[in-house]
Structure formats: structure tokens, C-alpha cells
Design a protein around this ligand. Structure first.
Ligand code: ZN
Length: 465
């Protein structure tokens, strides 16, 4: 599903303006992590790399170089490039650079950044890798150096003109800006303007000019109520916009490399609830709160003719509104459908936590056995597939893939569920790896490599967050 984030983040301009622009403007869509390789080949070219031993020799310190090569070319001003990337892919960049060429790279991040700054002030490198955060912290120092180009990965972060990150990126002194993104920018004109104005300042004019000339006409033309004239003006504006940007965008879709990728097969497996889940689910449906929600559309008992939820039964006995109850209970039911253990996770807000506790108290009073097991911290018992229909299916799948020695990436939105799955792996003697938000960025690559290269490691648990 990479690259399918087509919903614009601003909802103010209506839903109708989603798709058409994509047809007109050849914007970048590079959903694979092939992007580093393309940037690296560009860097290799402009740094005159040859891909041979000579590159390594040329990377040696100046004095050594002079002893080897009698005639050192009159030292041309050395080019230096800055790559800004989210921390999550910083070491991936380093790894790719090492894979594809011989570059002198400095990582500017974390507690070693002062050391890095000293080295790069002496221009002892060709490529500096850093994060958005470190760039902000070291902006002054980085601005005192001359950069041949700055390459920004996940450039869609520069989408809000007022955001700190945009201010910092604008304040960085460099005349060549290259932005990479896998997000479809053209779905939101305001964001598109902001990213483009950073990459090629002034290309699309000022914000108000852009609004008047492009985004307003395009948006008006896409309304359901648009007149023929508005439609025509909108299309014209889109064409002009596409023309203006055509020299500055390189769009890469997956179809270009389709023949190089293995065939993909998507299968949806529906898993039914276990008896235990069904019992818990029913208990929740039977609660007073859910009854309040379910009856909320019925005519009120007072005979006013209005619906219960907008008359005498606006809230439950705790004063919680039907609307908030509805959302809370949808979440609760979804958790039960995944794994009952998820119910015991602390909610995101204080309110939710109180609610969850109340529900747990009500529900689990009927399942003392389950509660006792949770209390005993006998967490592994929770990883028993009998508590979750999905786990039952998963167990069979994993057994199958184990036999065929296939590698399995197991994703979950919930790290709590990953905990359960991890327990399951341990209990079943499966060698696994795990990646989530708490995995240190420098460890990530190691984990990925171990997963890819170790024969006995066949499962990697990954949090989608
Ligand atoms: Zn009433």
C-alpha cells in the first residue's frame, strides 16, 4: 500500500478535488526506497567517481595522496553535499552510500555531532548525512560552509509555510535544492506550493499569487457545482501549472521497475472470533452504555417526538455523550476482535483510561480465569491462540512458512499486540527479530540485515507506526 496516501490533510476544500491533478502534472511518486540509489548515482557523477580503486586512493588524506601521485591536480574546490533525512532512514542512506560507491561520508547526529562538525569544517568529507533535528541545532555552523547541493529526503515535511521545519529549511544557505518524496503532493495545492517554493524559490510566485492564479481556479473547477466556464478555467490553470513545473519534477512510478520486482499476490484472510472473544464481545454489547447508544435513535419516552439522544437521554449515567460513547466502544470492539489482551492497554487520554477500566471491570468480572492469568503476569498464556481468532490463523500460516523456509514480516499497528506475538514466538521456539518505535535507529539496519541473511531468523515483527 505504499504511496496510497491520497487523502489530503486539509479537509477545508471539499472532497471533490482529489484526483484530477495527478493526471496533469507529472509529479514524483517514488514509492520504493530506490530513491537513494538514484541520488547516489547523481552524486557519483558530479563527484567524478570512477567506481574503481582510484576512488579509494583519492579518498586518502592529502599528504598521503601527494606521496603517491606525483602530480596532484591543482586542488579544485572540493564539492560537499548535504543530505537531510529522517532519523529512521539515516543509517539506510549510509548503508546505500557504502554499497554503491566510495564516498567520504560524515554522519552528523547525536552526541558525536560536535566531532563531525570539526571534521566537516576542515572539509574532510564529500557527503554529510544529517537529520532535520540536527540541521536545526547546527544551522549556524552549516551555514558557514559552502554546499554544492542539499538533498532532502521525505521533502513533503516542508509542506506548511508556518512550520518550524520549513523555516529552518528555508534558512539553510544553498543554491541547489533537491527534494525527494513518495507522497503525492499534487493533492493539496497549498502544500505543493510550499514544497516547490522551497525547492525552486519563486517558481510558482508568491503564495497569494499562486492562490489566485492556480489553486483557486483549479479548486473551483473541481466543485460539483462548477459552471462550464469555471471548469474550463480550472483546466487551463492546471495545464499552466503542469507546464511551469515540468522542468523541475522527475516522477518515478513503480511501473518503471515493475519487471524487476517479484510478482505480488494479495490475499485477504477473514478470521472468525474464538468462543472466548465472542463471549467478551457479547458482554460488551450487553452493557448499559452500548444499550444507550443502540437506542439513541429511537423516539424519546417522554413523547416529545424527538430522538432519545437529543432529548432526555443525551448521556449515560456518567454524563458521557452518545457520540463519545459510540467512538469509544467502536475502539473497544475492534480491540476485542484483534485480541482481548489489548483491552488492558492504557488509553490515550485520561477519559479513555477511566472508560476502559470501567469496561474491563464489567467485562472481566465474567471471566475470572482470564483476569487471573493477566494478573499473574502469565503473559505467555495470553499468546495462546485460543484467545484470538487471528492468532489461530496466524499459527497455521507461520507453521506453513516455517516448513517452506519463507521469510515472514509480521506487521501490527499495536506494539502491545506485538508483545503478544513476541511471546508466541518465544513459546514456540521461533527465532525472530523485532522493529518498533523503541528500536534505536543505529540498530535497525543490523536487525534488517540479520533478518535477511540469517537462515534461522524467519520472522520479523514490525510496528506499522
Ligand atoms: Zn425526552
Amino acid at each position: 500500500t505504499v504511496g496510497s496516501r491520497t487523502v489530503p490533510s486539509s479537509s477545508s476544500s471539499g472532497a471533490a478535488r482529489l484526483l484530477p491533478l495527478a493526471r496533469w502534472i507529472p509529479l514524483p511518486r517514488s514509492p520504493t526506497r530506490k530513491t537513494p540509489a538514484k541520488v547516489i548515482s547523481f552524486l557519483a557523477a558530479v563527484l567524478h567517481k570512477k567506481g574503481t580503486r582510484e576512488d579509494i586512493e583519492n579518498n586518502m588524506p592529502e599528504f598521503l595522496l601527494r606521496s603517491i601521485k606525483k602530480a596532484t591536480p591543482a586542488s579544485a574546490p572540493k564539492k560537499m553535499f548535504l543530505i537531510v533525512a529522517p532519523l529512521s532512514v539515516l543509517y539506510n542512506w549510509k548503508d546505500e552510500l557504502e554499497t554503491w560507491g566510495y564516498f567520504k561520508v560524515i554522519i552528523l547526529h547525536g552526541n558525536k555531532k560536535d566531532n563531525g562538525l570539526i571534521r566537516l569544517k576542515q572539509r574532510k568529507c564529500e557527503i554529510v548525512l544529517t537529520t532535520y533535528e540536527t540541521l536545526r541545532l547546527c544551522l549556524h555552523e552549516l551555514n558557514s560552509l559552502e554546499w554544492s547541493a542539499v538533498i532532502v529526503d521525505e521533502a513533503h515535511r516542508i509542506k506548511n509555510p508556518k512550520a518550524r521545519v520549513t523555516e529552518v529549511m528555508r534558512a539553510l544557505k544553498c543554491s541547489v535544492h533537491i527534494g525527494l518524496t513518495g507522497t503525492i503532493l499534487q493533492n493539496n495545492m497549498k502544500e505543493l506550493w510550499c514544497v516547490m517554493d522551497w525547492a525552486v524559490p519563486g517558481l510558482l510566485g508568491s503564495r497569494s499569487y499562486f492562490k489566485k492564479q492556480f489553486s483557486d481556479p483549479v479548486e473551483h473547477g473541481q466543485r460539483h457545482t462548477a459552471t462550464k466556464r469555471e471548469l474550463a478555467t480550472g483546466r487551463k490553470a492546471m495545464r499552466r501549472l503542469a507546464e511551469k513545473m515540468s522542468g523541475w519534477f522527475l516522477r518515478r512510478t513503480k511501473t518503471l521497475i515493475k519487471d524487476q520486482l517479484p510478482k505480488k499476490e494479495d490475499r485477504m484472510v477473514y478470521c472468525s472470533l474464538t468462543e472466548f472473544q465472542k463471549a467478551v464481545y457479547q458482554t460488551v454489547l450487553d452493557t448499559e452504555d452500548v444499550t444507550v447508544v443502540l437506542e439513541s435513535s429511537q423516539p424519546c419516552t417522554c413523547g416529545s417526538g424527538r430522538k432519545r439522544r437529543s432529548c432526555c437521554h443525551k448521556t449515560n449515567s456518567y454524563g458521557e455523550t452518545v457520540k463519545s460513547l459510540c467512538l469509544s466502544y467502536l475502539t473497544v470492539l475492534r480491540k476485542i476482535a484483534n485480541h482481548v489482551a489489548l483491552l488492558q492497554v492504557a488509553g490515550t487520554s485520561k477519559n479513555q483510561e477511566t472508560l476502559t477500566k470501567r469496561i474491563c471491570d464489567q467485562v472481566f468480572s465474567r471471566f475470572p480465569d482470564f483476569v487471573q492469568k493477566s494478573k499473574d503476569a502469565a503473559f505467555e498464556t495470553l499468546s495462546d491462540p485460543k484467545y484470538s481468532g487471528k492468532m489461530k490463523v496466524l499459527q497455521q500460516l507461520l507453521n506453513h512458512f516455517r516448513k517452506t523456509r519463507d521469510k515472514v514480516l509480521l506487521f501490527s499497528f499495536s506494539t502491545k499486540l506485538l508483545d503478544v506475538l513476541q511471546q508466541y514466538c518465544m513459546a514456540s521456539g521461533l527465532d525472530y527479530r523485532r522493529l518498533d518505535g523503541s528500536t534505536k535507529s543505529e540498530d535497525r539496519l543490523k536487525i534488517v540485515k540479520e533478518f535477511n541473511n540469517t537462515q534461522d531468523v524467519n520472522i520479523c515483527l514490525v510496528s506499522t507506526m
